[in-house]
Design a protein around this ligand. Structure first.
Ligand SMILES: O=C(O)[C@H](O)[C@@H](O)[C@H](O)[C@H](O)COP(=O)(O)O
Length: 252
């Protein structure tokens, strides 16, 4: 498991621009190394800002988007096309503008797809397993997995003290989410932690306490962000306000 690194940028705008640039480079490097790339998206305001920044970045055209797999770390369990869905947000901000292969876009099921949230989670686990290297793993390779961080320290839809912490399957339904909407589907922390790189992106003073606690080694059941680690890299990408309570660590 990787030791976390911290990068601090002046403000939320610059943070989104920097994450976008890093993401393009990460996908280019993955494609250079293995011919394709995969990214796991999340929801929230900072993620949307990153997606818009990628769309505006001229260097994004250097990525072969037809060989990028797009997954989601969590989803709000709402009808297809609902503006509150993380998929809808990502499509509007970025995906619709890219020459992606539709077969490589893997949204989590919507609430009008004929499944309850538990069945939707099982279906997504099946989709992940189908994309895994046969016989070797239940999950595909994730080059980079993006996470926002909630004020309470949640990541994806893994909330503090929530039963999702005891889920042994790779994808979980979440009911009673403290952040609306209440019903969601999420990758669990062990699934998130199979990603080669996990990037936690947080901007704003309201995130400072959770970020500080996570980097000080809080219990993941209390601060889920503290339980996140990429297999080769864990990167905290912060603005100055969100980094205000980070102690004893030299940011680069
Ligand atoms: O569906 C969601 O809401 C998210 O996936 C959630 O985990 C989000 O990333 C954080 O709550 C941060 O969101 P903000 O950047 O809006 O604070």
């Amino acid at each position: 498991m990787s030791e976390a690194s911290v990068a601090v940028h002046a403000d939320a705008d610059l943070l989104a621009q920097a994450v976008a640039a890093r993401l393009v480079v990460r996908l280019l490097d993955a494609q250079a190394a293995r011919g394709e790339a995969s990214v796991v998206l999340t929801g929230g305001r900072i993620a949307a800002a990153v997606y818009r920044a990628v769309a505006a970045l001229p260097a994004a055209d250097a990525v072969d988007w037809s060989r990028v797999d797009v997954w989601w770390g969590d989803e709000r369990f709402l009808p297809a096309g609902d503006p509150e869905r993380n998929e809808t947000q990502a499509r509007a901000a970025l995906l619709d503008a890219l020459p992606l292969d539709p077969a490589r876009i893997h949204p989590m099921p919507a609430s009008d797809g004929g499944a309850d949230p538990e069945e939707a989670a099982a279906r997504y686990a099946d989709e992940l397993a189908r994309a895994a290297r046969p016989g070797t793993a239940a999950l595909p390779h994730f080059d980079v997995l993006l996470l926002g961080v909630g004020e309470d320290g949640h990541v994806a839809s893994v909330f503090p003290e929530h039963p999702v912490h005891h889920e042994s399957r790779p994808v979980s339904a979440v009911r009673d989410s403290p952040k609306p909407p209440p019903v969601r589907v999420t990758l669990t922390l062990p699934t998130i932690n199979t990603a080669e790189e996990v990037w936690l992106v947080a901007g704003g003073a309201d995130k400072a306490h959770a970020v500080g606690m996570a980097l000080a080694g809080a219990e993941p059941v209390q601060i889920p962000a503290a339980g996140v680690q990429g297999t080769s890299r864990t990167l905290w990408l912060l603005d100055r306000a969100a980094a205000a309570e980070v102690k004893g660590r030299a940011p680069f």
